[in-house]
Design a protein around this ligand. Structure first.
Ligand code: GLN
Length: 543
């Protein structure tokens, strides 16, 4: 196999943007004409991210083949402009599950199955499978967690062994360099310690990425070089940026692409990063801004808000805004406040567009429905994604069709008007408590109705594919009643049984999708429904 591996580890802190670093390194290699792919290793026992609360873990990114994966796979897709699949996310849970299953099937020929060597071997088998299936020249391997964590030790062991035998591998360590307020100086000590901890696992980094608020200077490069045993020019600065798509350019400017290929004995060809350069140039010059309100609930952890739960939605807003030559400003709205105080709804007037993104369960739902009613009546551009579409149907049923108390059975089992109901194939799964990876997941096609806004946005295509993650659907028994009052189902599954898209033709922009169009949005190919929202938002009054 000719694949080369670039392993990315993280030190000092979590949340360093290791995913963006990984995706950016892949991008500069891709720009040199190489085929690139990536693997994310997650140390948790969950088999996949699907059973985790978004505030615990961030967004659950859905792949084409229906994987419920780590949000970093979204970064890889957006930076590489390529699809990444379920098997590219390896978790401790998957590894152990497989080893134990194999043991039960007598696949170890009567051997004693042990943590070493069998767990690292299974990790390796999975990494090599990705390399083989993608035929990539370079596979990035991002190790989740922080060096020093007990739970990623076995993955480091697997990678150390892999390097010994396979050799076509380099290690890049991303470490945080704090600038403590009271000192006002960038400190390298925590990074030094994290490299020591990595050394204790038998791994010596080839390159150090110095993540900090500022660019690392010469003195601190020298320090890291001396204490961490890397060449000075192998310390690469990664300062905070306004726009993550600038990171590949910052790395390339410091010669990172050259350094990596030369470490593998390859000759450097100057990479073509011009499309990223023009994007950054363009975004720095934008004058007008659209203000988008996102009404959701997975925002806060303790006293802090975390945008990670909706990262693909945020990226999709960015892509669509830039495509329309405007800046974006996103504000997070906790729907529960509308339940307590309806007069607060007036604040929605200040947005050029409103989104209700995907979600689950009862909390905050009535507030979301109130917000949807408000933007429908006030003709504020609206995009409802998955739950956001389902709740738009509930709102329309209650307030326009006068189906009193209409609801989704997700929240009210014996509701009088179950306008959103469980998908028939899901009933049995829930009865048996089979929650993991059992939703309607991944890509499904929809046929679009002629003359609709949605079809126009999809460049008048008759059939489109989007990625799904849901258990509930628009109840077929209510379709006629909803349509009679003016709600248009602009897209349906090919057998016409499932309502995939909806819109209100008389509204400037009131569109819903059962799928999650944000997962397929790319920097140079915005998701059509987000593009439509931004276009309508611009028309609404823009400052
Ligand atoms: N809770 C809804 C369902 O399961 C919507 C899911 C979502 O928004 N992804 O159908």
């Amino acid at each position: 196999m000719k694949t080369k591996f670039v392993v990315i580890t993280g030190g000092v802190l979590s949340g360093l943007g290791k995913g963006v670093v990984t995706a950016s390194i892949g991008s500069i290699l891709k720009a040199q004409g190489y085929k690139v792919s990536a693997v994310k290793i997650d140390p948790y026992i969950n088999v996949d991210a699907g059973t985790m609360r978004p505030t615990e873990h961030g967004e659950v990114f859905v792949t084409e083949d229906g994987g419920e994966t780590d949000q970093d796979l979204g970064n890889y897709e957006r930076f590489f402009d390529e699809n990444i699949f379920k098997k590219h996310n390896i978790t401790t849970g998957q590894v152990y599950l497989n080893v134990i299953q194999k043991e039960r099937n007598l696949e170890y020929d009567g051997k004693c199955v042990e943590v070493i060597p069998h767990i690292p071997l299974e990790v390796r088998r999975r990494i090599f499978k990705v390399a083989k299936d993608t035929k990539a020249d370079y596979v990035m391997i991002e190790v989740g967690g922080t060096i020093g964590d007990y739970q990623n030790v076995l993955f480091l062991e697997a990678l150390r062994e892999m390097k010994r035998e396979y050799n076509n591998m380099i290690f890049v360590h991303v470490a945080y360099l704090p600038v403590p307020g009271n000192i006002g100086e960038m400190k390298t000590k925590p990074a030094q310690h994290s490299v020591r901890a990595l050394n204790a696992s038998g791994i010596q980094p080839d390159i150090i990425i110095a993540r900090a608020s500022n660019m690392i200077d010469k003195i601190r490069r020298e320090k890291l070089s001396t204490f961490c045993n890397v060449k000075e020019d192998a310390v690469i600065g990664a300062p905070d940026v306004f726009n993550i798509y600038e990171v590949p350019l910052i790395f390339e400017k410091q010669g990172l692409g050259k350094k990596i290929v030369e470490k593998f004995g390859k000759k450097y060809k100057k990479g073509k990063l011009s499309k990223w350069e023009s994007l950054i140039k363009k975004t720095k010059k934008l004058k007008k801004t659209v203000k988008i309100g996102i009404v959701g609930k997975y925002f806060d952890i303790g006293d802090f808000t975390l945008e990670d739960s909706y990262i693909s939605v945020i990226e999709a807003i960015k892509h669509a805004s830039w495509n329309n030559s405007v800046n974006y400003k996103i504000e997070w709205i906790d729907s529960k406040k509308y339940e307590k105080n309806k007069s607060a709804l007036k604040e929605l007037d200040k947005y050029n567009g409103v989104i209700v993104p995907g979600g689950f369960g009862y909390s905050g739902v009535e507030g979301k429905i109130l917000a949807i009613e408000y933007v429908r009546k006030k003709k504020i551009p609206y995009l409802g994604i998955c739950y956001g579409m389902q709740l738009a149907v509930v709102e329309f049923a209650r307030n326009v069709c006068k189906l009193e108390g209409a609801n989704t059975t997700e929240n009210e089992k014996n509701v009088k008007h179950p306008v959103i109901d469980i998908l028939p194939e899901q009933i049995e799964k829930l009865k048996q408590k089979k929650y993991g990876a059992t939703m309607r997941l991944g890509t499904y096609p929809a046929k679009l109705k002629r003359g609709t806004k949605v079809r126009k946005l999809y460049k008048n295509k008759g059939k489109v594919d989007e990625r799904h993650r849901h258990r509930y659907e628009v109840n077929p028994e209510y379709i006629e009643r909803l349509e009679k009052k003016g709600l248009v189902f602009s897209g349906k599954s090919p057998d016409r049984s499932l309502m995939e898209f909806m819109e209100l033709p008389k509204h400037p922009y009131f569109v819903g999708a059962q799928a999650h169009p944000e997962f397929k949005s790319r920097p140079f190919r915005p998701a059509p429904l987000f593009d439509g929202l931004i276009k309508a938002a611009i028309k609404k009054r823009i400052k």
